[in-house]
Design a protein around this ligand. Sequence first.
Ligand SMILES: C[S@@+](CC[C@H](N)C(=O)[O-])C[C@H]1O[C@@H](n2cnc3c(N)ncnc32)[C@H](O)[C@@H]1O
Length: 741
Amino acid sequence: MSKRCKCCTGVLPGFCGFRGFLSAWSASLAFSVLPRTCLRDVRDVREIRASRGSSFSVLRRCVDRVDRVDRAAFDRSEQLCAVKVPEDGAYRLRQHPEVLPFCLGWAKKRAQKRAKKRAQKRDPSSAGAADAVAKAANAVNQVNVVNVVNVVNVVNVVNVVNVVTEEGGAEPGSSLLLLAPGVTPQSLGAEAHNAIEAFQGSFTTYELELGYANFNYKEALTLLLPADVTVPMGYEVLGHIAHFNLLQEHWPHRHLIGQVLMDKSKNVRTVVAKRGTVSHQYRTFDMEVIAGEADTEVELKEFGLKLKFDFRKVYWNSRLASERGRLSGKCGEGEVFVDLAAGVGALALLCARRGCHVVANDLNPAAAAAAKENARRNRLKMEVLQMDARPLLRSALHGSWGDLGLGFPKVSITRLAFNLPELALEMLCGELRPLRNCMVDASNASKVGLPKFCVYCYTFDYSEEHVHDRLLQLLGFVPEATKIRKVRLVAPSKMMYCVEFAYLWESEKCAGHGILFSAVQVGSVESTRVALAVAKIQGHALITAPPVAGAFLGQINLKPFVQFVHFVPIATLHALIVHSELFVLLFYAWKSSRKSLDFLRVVVRVWILLGLIAWFCCLVVMLLVGTLAWEMEHTVIGNVSMIEEYVVEKAEMRRRRAGERKFVYPYDLGRKENFAALLGSSLSWLVPGLATPGDPVWPMVRPGSTHFDISTEQIAQKTEKLQRSMVMPVREHFTGEGVEA
Ligand SMILES: C[S@@+](CC[C@H](N)C(=O)[O-])C[C@H]1O[C@@H](n2cnc3c(N)ncnc32)[C@H](O)[C@@H]1O
């Protein structure tokens, strides 16, 4: 009796329809997920070898998964022809130009590389590079270069020495020079034979054991990847990380590629591949760790600078190293250099090392933090900011560093770098365009002495002409000495350019724009006074003065100002009292002269009228300046200006929203201490001519606070504001038509 299926009641005897459906479905699923590449991998390796023309007949037994290297597949032995020479003669034979001139070529290259590295370490500028090239050429001349025709004569395999000593052989103690695969006594020229004879050499065979270790990255992958897949060579190594930008065809083999690269590179511990494109505002990208540890915290050296950053969180490109070296080489000691998009601060630190005053900015908090840490690691001084480039650019152009809370001398910038190729040219020209009337071409010799300002702005484009046209359109003119330089090819039709121009500010015309000139020398008495305003005090003066005047007023002038606002009401009160007494006297004079002296009566009446007006003016002045005096007392007792109060108020709101700890206002030391620090501990503050006590540049702060707490908080507030902002669509363009003049 045929078995009946219990689940389908046995429509077909011996075969359950439901079970059949299930097995067919799972089989099709298995086939669809089976990696196609895996199937390709089991092709006969001899076929691959034939297509590549490999010199070694490697027999790959099986590479069962695309992401695993079967090292045993590389193991084999190769029969080589060798020259046996008594004692260590093989070493000397190897030097013979007819046998192995290639080692001289190798020595030449190594000497070149070393000389270049040494010279560049000393001076990363373009002058340094030129020096390096000259030194390298010299090094080449020092090596006795002979013809390099017979390179192929001697075995040239990774980790294989081409001279071995024969220990347990027929003639122990003699040395063997291993010839390349395929080289036989017949294939060697007569001169090589003569040389071998001169060394009393004879031909023999040698069994060379080979394994995975004897193949370099390219050779190993050529043998492992399918024949129609190229070996990816364009990777970048930064610290212990190798970074690939893989093509579509490589993606299924990414783990294999990563593994081989890691095996073949001494310092690589992590291999990552870019996923998608660089589209984030911070120029970072999504990456996948394709081999090794998932550790993206990089430590590397560039021109002797120690740099550390998280590659996943910040932008980094080692290919821009020479550009950074070139740019920093232009910076001289004492110059003021601003990098608006500094990344982890490599360029800014190079400039700081050359003695420049440097401001490094980046919108990305991780990049700004890394720049700060890198400055600390290299023991270099630079101001690090984390803000949008546009307001910083504006402050830099107008010299209003004080608004940013920088502990930085108030001087004009001399150099400005802006490496944000997608936006930089548009942003920079947008800010420079209104100032174009006061820009004088730097090549104009008659204007020497005016403050100079050099711009290095990076942009993407497809041709120099197009960059020129854009500059014309954006700026309204093209500066005479503009250089448009190719930096590197980013994509087949996308080039990175550096737009360079230098300008002089024509002071009289620029005054209306509030541009500050480098008349103030860094480190002079003037700049020290100004620096104090930047550190804190600008706020106090802001109560009464506009920002620029406020920045110059500073704490030095605080005491006279407080005295002024107190003495004026006291003096006017005194005037009021005196006037009031005068009124009484005049009243009696008028009364007594009523009947007889008419002329006197008129004079007295006019006098009373004028006196009343003066009295009223005194009253107004007393009330107004008295209110100011009261406000100043409040400022002094709390050591807080109106602006700072406003910042603190916003800080409290922001921190409450963000769940951060309460903001501590750093300058409030307590009522008595504040008063003593700003005006003096006794009534001496009322004595005109006495200087303001305390340290005006770096006033005391509460324990646990720093001078930059307010600035940092302001930056956080501005960043939050920026995050909350949104782009609104244009509803309608306003043409201006129909509006009456
Ligand atoms: C192309 S990278 C240049 C990095 C650096 N100059 C270097 O050579 O390594 C651009 C940098 O600009 C920063 N950035 C993007 N938008 C910005 C903005 N609006 N203001 C300031 N920095 C910005 C990014 O975080 C990124 O680090």
